[in-house]
Design a protein around this ligand. Structure first.
Ligand code: ADP
Ligand code: ADP
Length: 219
């Protein structure tokens, strides 16, 4: 069965009449990865919001492990789907505390492993207070790119079986983006991942997965 399944989904945001997405169907089995691409405003982030049930469809259904999200307990949805937004959402706390939010039991090694997967290991080690560095209110003590990568590292630490990564390199320069994508791909091999990117590129997966992947393009 599919871990994540969209069946002919249409959705509108509150206080709007036009559909933000329509006719979206996709299926991800355990360990599969897919890429959603489309131009700005085509509904990619709306699709991520639907997968996390931040929004409900007006037509069709979103299912996780066969259960319609509308019938699922919100806590259960968060256990199953982790969405990493394209903008950083950090708490006014230290890097370590931000990383541990979803995984209080994560070991120091787990934290460094996740930071290295987003190429932040050297940067955090270079900070005078290391992992105990505060990120500031709304993350304003770190750059947009650093904040987004801290959020990505937090997503990697999540035990949720489905990971949705919304433009994971949106705030990075091209070289850093390429390095981070390489590391993320390697790190996420075997996990169920919905990647969202505005440009159609190589599907971020191994050769075997590429053959299986459906490339979902939304108008
Ligand atoms: P993309 O991620 O592909 O750029 P979005 O899903 O953000 O596209 O946008 C699709 C449509 O939904 C757009 O018309 C956008 O203005 C609208 N939209 C997106 N997010 C919101 C929101 N939080 N509230 C209201 N409308 C939104
Ligand atoms: P660590 O592996 O110790 O955590 P980082 O992940 O931060 O260290 O990366 C180590 C160094 O290598 C950093 O300076 C990073 O910018 C650089 N780096 C990593 N990958 C690439 C790459 N593909 N191209 C260029 N520089 C890279």
């Amino acid at each position: 069965t599919s871990v994540l399944e969209f069946d002919d989904v249409a959705a509108s945001w509150p206080d709007t009449t036009r559909l933000a997405v329509r006719d979206v169907s996709l299926r991800l089995r355990a360990g599969e990865q897919a890429v959603i691409t489309g131009p700005s405003g085509s509904g990619k982030s709306t699709t991520a919001a639907l997968a996390a049930r931040f929004l409900d469809p007006v037509h069709g259904s979103v299912r996780i492990d066969g259960t319609d999200l509308r019938a699922a307990d919100p806590g259960r949805v968060r256990e199953i789907v982790t969405v990493v937004d394209q903008d950083a959402h950090l708490f006014d706390a230290t890097i370590r505390e931000n990383l541990r939010i979803g995984r209080p039991d994560a070991s120091e090694d787990d934290l460094w492993d996740a930071l290295e997967a987003v190429s932040l290991g050297t940067w955090v080690r270079s900070l005078p207070h290391g992992l105990d560095t505060p990120v500031g209110v709304a993350g304003d003590a770190v750059s947009g790119g650093e904040g987004q990568r801290i959020c990505l590292a937090r997503g990697l630490l999540s035990r949720a079986p489905v990971l949705v990564l919304d433009e994971p390199t949106a705030h990075l320069d091209a070289d850093t983006a390429a390095a981070v994508l390489d590391r993320l791909r390697a790190r996420l091999d075997g996990r169920t991942v919905l990647w969202i990117r505005h440009d159609a590129g190589e599907p971020p997966a191994t050769e075997d997965q590429k053959r299986e992947n459906e490339l979902v393009r939304i108008a």
